[in-house]
Design a protein around this ligand. Structure first.
Ligand code: HEC
Ligand code: HEC
Length: 408
């Protein structure tokens, strides 16, 4: 439980920006965060993949961790939806660096060196702000930034920081192509498609297509292969000023350089052929295991904290639920709510309500939404119940808590 003052503050916090300010004011005075070591940017920007958890978008934290607090709102402009737009964030469609681009297969190019590129969108636009505005208006349903809009100046400085370690400034191109013919679509492999789906579509449609706040459920949707393929290749505003030949929709198209026709066919096979009941739902009464790959197992129940519970506060993305320590290495969160909209969200442990330093307790539950669901994890190797007294649903990209609570 939070101390009464901060509980009250949390209640009145509705928007992300306000939430951040609340975190600032609710932090107990006099508690200094221990200084962070600054590992080389190389170490920190390596995006690691593991087959079950999706990519670790760790690179993001280079920008969040090493910045002063006011810059964390800056990171939100890239990693969270905009207050005046829809549920899309830049990061749903763009990686923040070339390295991070190796993880998820996103619809747009990475923006690591975008601030240095001489032109944008196949040479049609010549200013970074025009390119960003075109995405804000056409994809995010927001209004164009003026040259002196404070949020634009913040986002611009973030993109310039992304570009600091980059050299390559060639303009990039993309090609909008029609979906492949039926015989190519028929050759798709649904198992490979599932893996590819979770790298390219789950960020908006939820793990295995279960749906979340950002995109509709695709499991069991009974769409034809041709229709799914058309959405992937040609989705977007049909009257766009920068993209030609799109056939409508909010979802972004994937050009051939982002997904090949063979990859597309695999994804289409997965979306259209898999039986819905084979697909895991996050809220069907079964517990979703979000343990890291090499988590501990078969623990005893000797620790004095076994049985303690923590009620999660609701700070963002509709997080709510109750965590319980089941045994020396297992924690279960029941009645769990989460809209699935964040980027790189994990369970973190913390001491006295501070979660910045971790430890990280779960893998990334990319795109998974929960409604009265149950989520469970076993502690990573080397971590014990002594290492934390509370847990947070932690957004690694922006370094903020979506909801947290202390065990008692
Ligand atoms: C729904 C998906 C989507 C969202 C959200 C989105 N973009 Fe884009 N963006 C695209 C697509 C698709 C392209 C064109 C393909 C490409 O070049 O990456 C693009 C292109 C760009 C380009 C030009 C790249 C180049 O070198 O030509 C920039 C810059 C850019 N986006 C910035 C942003 C920023 C900043 C945000 C957030 C404010 C954003 N985008 C949000 C889909 C999106
Ligand atoms: C940036 C977010 C985003 C990404 C990435 C994305 N989608 Fe979508 N998708 C949406 C949204 C939002 C809709 C609903 C609005 C619309 O139709 O455009 C949608 C709609 C669809 C539909 C139509 C559903 C229906 O019932 O008509 C299909 C099919 C689809 N997406 C497939 C995919 C596949 C396959 C991928 C991966 C290759 C993918 N999407 C990637 C956001 C996304």
């Amino acid at each position: 439980m939070q101390p009464p003052s901060s509980r009250f503050i949390y209640l009145i916090c509705c928007t992300l920006l306000v939430v951040w300010q609340c975190r600032q004011t609710s932090e107990a005075p006099g508690i200094q965060q221990s200084p962070r070591n600054s590992p080389s940017s190389e170490e920190k920007t390596t995006a690691e993949m593991d087959s079950t958890s999706g990519p670790n978008i760790k690179a993001n934290s280079t920008f969040a961790e090493t910045q002063e607090p006011e810059h964390q709102t800056r990171a939100m402009l890239f990693f969270e939806p905009h207050p005046d737009g829809n549920t899309f964030a830049c990061a749903h469609c763009h990686a923040e660096s070339a390295q991070a681009d190796a993880g998820l297969l996103r619809a747009g190019h990475h923006l690591g060196n975008a601030a240095l590129r001489p032109s944008f969108k196949n040479g049609q636009l010549h200013q970074l702000r025009e390119a960003v505005n075109s995405c804000r208006v056409e994809w995010m349903a927001a209004t164009a930034y003026a040259a002196d809009t404070p949020d634009w100046l913040q986002l611009k400085s973030l993109l310039e920081d992304f570009a600091q370690t980059q050299q390559d400034t060639e303009p990039l191109t993309f090609e909008i192509v029609p979906p492949p013919p039926a015989e190519v679509l028929r050759s798709g492999n649904p198992d490979q498609g599932r893996t590819l789906f979770n790298r390219s579509c789950a960020i908006c449609h939820g793990h295995d297509g279960a749906g979340n706040i950002t995109g509709p459920k695709l499991q069991g949707s009974k769409l034809s292969a041709a229709r799914v393929a058309e959405r992937i290749r040609l989705s977007g505003n049909a009257r766009s000023s920068v993209y030609e030949g799109l056939t409508g929709g909010r979802m972004p198209f994937f050009s051939r350089s982002r997904l090949s026709d063979n990859q597309l066919s695999d994804i289409v096979a997965f979306v259209t052929q898999s039986e819905p009941e084979e697909l895991r739902q996050s809220n069907d009464g079964q517990s979703v295991d979000v343990s890291v790959a090499d988590a501990q197992s078969n623990c005893s129940q000797t620790h004095p904290n076994v049985g303690k519970k923590a009620r999660l506060s609701t700070l963002s993305h509709q997080v709510a639920g109750e965590a319980e320590i089941i045994d020396d290495c297992t924690i279960r969160i029941s009645s769990f709510h989460f809209d699935g909209g964040g980027i790189d969200v994990r369970v973190y442990g913390g001491q006295a309500g501070h979660y910045e330093q971790g430890p990280q307790l779960s893998k990334d539950f990319l795109g998974m939404a929960f409604v009265e669901g149950t989520m469970e994890f076993r502690l990573p190797p080397g971590i014990s119940l002594d290492d934390f007294d509370g847990i947070s649903i932690w957004c690694v990209a922006v370094q903020i808590s979506f909801g947290d609570g202390l065990f008692q």
